[in-house]
Design a protein around this ligand. Structure first.
Ligand code: IPM
Ligand code: MG
Length: 357
């Protein structure tokens, strides 16, 4: 099990450390784990003058799976793209052609009171956002800055999707829905954008191959509203890169904290990348208060998606639930009757729970 660990920057470093600890305790044969840590983001820039050092990329390309923390430095969008720590993740996604980003949002019964939404709205929440990850305005060309006739600066990007790009993510969406509750909602903005007219056409066309999956379509504004009003109506949501970025943060808050959310990114190359949905959180980095559950649960997803080991995934999930049921929380989740402990201590509790189970 060749796993490349990329802690990156900010809280990525401390949460990834917990996930590694949990992995070592959870897998049936730790001797089979081949873990290599490499720098990315600000750490890469410091170590090798490049936020995605060639050696780190090479290691990633040769791995079975990547455990990624988070990358970025405050204000780094001022730097050129290839020197920007925060862009290292985008470059990695592109280089590995990771086009299918699975972002599950489930609510642990123990955390139902931690959400800002009423318990009856989120009870039983179990949805999957499938975000297209390699196209859209994130990578569309042309992009850049220019000066217009009036001498003003103009920033511009291109939103575009080709049929093959939509087709492959649509297939991933239908397959995911088939393995769950059989419902797929495609989210677009076909009332305004040509790229999204094409999106809707292609998703509908692919749908003919999956008569057992119930397909619906929503415009993204309506989908955002429905996510707040009746989120349990969703099973799988398939959407583009930009809408998926936004809707997945919104969905994260349904669950109580963005710190809880894991993700898996898969592509054509066979290597999977696993990362918490949250970012570097520089304001709390290095203080041992960050929530490591998103990273730990990402390691659990790795077991299923890269190593076809649903048993280990289930054991990690059960250990996390045990820790929550025992009342242990990080500061972002603390509620009356529960206790906040540090990042490291949460990792230790999950390991203890694994050994006890
Ligand atoms: C995410 C993040 C990234 C994105 C940033 C850090 C580039 O917000 O994974 O959702 O926009 O994709
Ligand atoms: Mg995001």
């Amino acid at each position: 099990m060749k796993i490349v660990v990329m802690p990156g920057d900010g809280i990525g470093i401390e949460v990834t450390r917990q996930a590694v600890k949990v992995l070592k305790a959870a897998v049936p044969d730790p001797g089979k784990l081949d873990l290599v840590e490499v720098p990315v983001g600000g750490a890469g820039l410091e170590a090798a003058g490049d936020p995605l050092p060639p050696d780190s990329l090479k290691a990633a390309q040769q791995a079975d799976a990547i455990l990624f923390g988070s990358a970025g430095m405050p204000g780094d969008e001022q730097l050129p793209y290839d020197k920007r720590p925060g862009a290292s993740l985008l470059r990695l996604r592109k280089a590995l052609d990771l086009y299918a980003n699975f972002r599950p949002a489930t609510v642990f019964p123990e955390l139902i009171g931690a959400s800002t939404l009423r318990p009856e709205v989120i009870e039983g929440l179990d949805l999957m956002i499938l975000r297209e990850l390699s196209g859209d305005a994130y990578f569309g060309e042309p992009r850049g800055f220019r000066t217009n006739e009036a001498g003003e600066r103009v920033g511009f990007n291109t939103i575009s999707y080709s049929e093959s790009e939509v087709r492959r993510i649509a297939h991933a969406g239908f397959k995911a829905a088939r393995a769950r509750r059989g419902k797929l909602c495609s989210v677009d903005k076909a009332n305004v954008l040509e790229s999204m007219v094409l999106w809707r056409d292609v998703v509908t066309e692919v749908g003919a191959e999956y008569p057992d999956v119930e397909l619906s379509h929503l415009f993204v504004d309506a989908a955002a509203m429905m996510l707040m009003r009746a989120p349990t109506r969703f099973d799988v949501i398939v959407t583009g890169n930009v809408f998926g970025d936004i809707l997945s943060d919104a969905a994260a808050m349904l669950t109580g904290s963005i710190g809880m959310l894991p993700s898996a990114s898969l592509g054509s190359s066979g290597v999977g990348l696993y990362e918490p949905v949250h970012g570097t959180a520089p304001d709390i980095a290095g203080r041992d208060i960050a929530n490591p559950f998103g990273s730990i649960l990402s390691a659990a997803m790795m077991m299923r998606y890269s190593f076809d080991d649903q048993q280990t995934e289930a054991r990690i999930l059960a250990a996390v639930r045990k820790v929550l049921a025992d009342g242990w929380r990080t500061a972002d989740l603390v509620q009356p009757g529960t206790r906040a402990i540090g990042t490291e201590a949460i990792g230790d509790k999950v390991v203890d729970a694994l050994h006890g189970s």
